[in-house]
Design a binder for this molecule. Structure first.
Ligand SMILES: Nc1ncnc2c1ncn2[C@@H]1O[C@H](COP(=O)(O)OP(=O)(O)OP(=O)(O)O)[C@@H](O)[C@H]1O
Ligand SMILES: [Mg+2]
Length: 496
């Protein structure tokens, strides 16, 4: 699989920047600013309602309505609650402090990261994404979970107040489930879970890394200079944690539980469920059985299971006006001044092929690359300025490209012949076919071959006073003899 030259997330940034600039202008005139107001230190200004966030997400994300409903609601509630936090009495604060941290379960390429990124952009909070696999318990190998909180400060341009309302998104969380092998639970993964769960609830994290020597030295020097130790800490109480993973094997655990609990006819019903339906019945005990500490699962009160995307879902993604796949590919070609378009049948076929890859929407990217990569390589060196992707092109890109290149070679030769000699050479179909064969045999470009065969034709054609001449397959096979014959006939005729 070739790596896409185009970064869909980058495109997403561009799209959203346009939107947020528009939103900014509107709200500037209305005198209010959406999202978190970081500049008014500590002031938290959030005013988005669940339905507003939901409809925003549904514009971009396809076939995940149920997921979006839950996520949008919980995210809005989380941030709206932060707003009233400062007004709560101590007693109220003690009672109600359960955060809506979320667990997203779903296979690759169905929109987990996409949804979280869109949310962070829309509500304008700092956002950090990481893979759980990079953490180790001690932090000496790989990273330390606390680094994520420090990264939030970086994302908030150093504004700790803003960082304290950020979103931390951790993917591949299923990889830190402990494998309960022969020697008891997997200590290191359990350790990472414990470190994380502290942050997920409430912890104070030092802005300066304990193992970052440079920042330690800097702090010591500052202390010497000023006589003060500035130990700035970030509180994680209001940071929203969203974790996700594919959780392969979890369905079996759920299935076993259901079967144990089920009676007669229910057993049959459960055995006919597919993987995603099974996952939708996940319960805390299944996640514990999968290898999570109960305290860890306890910090994740919201579970969401995303849908798999079928062929039609993938097609809808391509037709979506924000589709980064289509826009991205168009931009790849536009970079060479080529206008690329797709007809509907081509998009259907591409979705079908992408579905066969079984990598969700990620399959779209790889299929687009596979089909178009040779065009992307060859067309920039030609005169071709438009390309329409049709079903024929998707089914047999090599053949279509070959034809395009031949046509282009011939056009280019025709053009230079006309410019140089004022004579238009036409090629009939049989001639084009012959040229294609010969170019292949002689390993020459079509234009080069045409040059070799017909560049001298202008002497003869001038003699004949012709400004238009059709090349046939005979002319291609024996160019000299063919033209001589015509000249001879012509003079014989006029001599008579
Ligand atoms: N449901 C969807 N609707 C629209 N676009 C989608 C959807 N799912 C995925 N995409 C597109 O595919 C890209 C990759 O999806 P995303 O990064 O969200 O996958 P993921 O679910 O996080 O998968 P992984 O488990 O591999 O990280 C997105 O940037 C987006 O362009
Ligand atoms: Mg992801």
């Amino acid at each position: 699989m070739t790596k896409p030259a185009f970064d869909p997330d980058k495109k997403l940034d561009d799209l959203l920047n346009i939107e947020s600039e528009q939103a900014q202008q509107q709200s500037d005139t209305a005198g209010e600013k959406p999202g978190v107001d970081g500049k008014a230190s500590g002031k938290f200004d959030f005013d988005i309602k669940p339905e507003e966030l939901e409809s925003f997400l549904n514009q971009y994300v396809v076939d995940q309505e149920r997921t979006i409903e839950v996520i949008a609601t919980k995210v809005c509630t989380h941030f709206n609650r932060m707003k009233i936090e400062s007004r709560l009495t101590d007693d109220e604060r003690l009672v109600g402090n359960i955060k809506s941290n979320m667990l997203l379960i779903g296979p690759t390429g169905v929109g987990k990261t996409y949804i979280v990124k869109l949310i962070a952009k829309k509500i304008g909070v700092p956002f950090v994404k990481a893979d759980a696999t990079k953490f180790s318990e001690t932090g000496y190998v790989g990273g330390d979970v606390e680094d994520l909180v420090r990264e939030l400060v970086y994302e908030a341009d150093g504004d700790i107040n803003r960082a304290e309302y950020g979103i931390i998104y951790i993917d591949e969380i299923d990889k830190i489930a402990s494998s309960k092998g022969l020697y008891g639970p997997d200590v290191s993964r359990t350790g990472v879970q414990r470190n994380l769960l502290k942050l997920m609830e409430e912890a104070e994290v030092d802005l300066k890394t304990p193992h970052d020597l440079a920042s330690q030295v800097e702090a010591a020097m500052e202390a010497q200079r000023t006589g003060k130790v500035s130990r700035r800490k970030i509180n994680t109480r209001n940071i929203l944690f969203i974790v996700s993973g594919a959780f392969s094997g979890l369905e079996e655990i759920i299935g076993k539980r259901l079967n144990k609990q089920a009676i007669g006819f229910e057993k049959k019903k459960f055995s006919s469920l597919n993987r995603m339906d099974m996952l939708k019945m996940v319960r805390t005990e299944d996640l514990i059985e999968f290898g999570f500490e109960s305290e860890f699962v306890g910090r994740l009160p919201v579970y969401v299971v995303l849908n798999e995307l079928d062929e039609n879902g993938l097609y809808k993604i391509l037709k979506n006006k924000y589709s980064t796949v289509v826009l991205g590919k168009k931009m790849d070609f536009r970079a060479y001044g080529i206008d690329l378009s797709f007809d509907d049948e081509a998009l259907r076929l591409l979705s079908q092929k992408a579905h066969e890859e079984k990598t969700g929407a990620r399959g779209l990217l790889s299929v687009f690359e596979k089909v178009l990569i040779k065009f992307e390589k060859s067309l920039p060196s030609t005169q071709i300025k438009t390309l329409e992707a049709t079903a024929e092109l998707v089914n047999d890109p090599d053949m279509v490209l070959k034809h395009l290149l031949i046509e282009d070679g011939i056009h280019s030769f025709q053009k230079s012949f006309l410019v140089d000699h004022g004579i238009y050479l036409d090629f009939d179909e049989a001639a084009i076919k012959k040229i294609q064969e010969m170019a292949g045999e002689r390993l020459k470009s079509v234009k080069q071959l045409c040059n070799d065969l017909f560049n001298d034709y202008y002497h003869g054609l001038r003699l004949l006073k012709m400004d238009h001449f059709t090349i046939t397959s005979d002319a291609v096979e024996h160019p000299g003899e063919y033209l001589n014959e015509i000249i001879k006939n012509n003079f014989n005729k006029s001599a008579r």
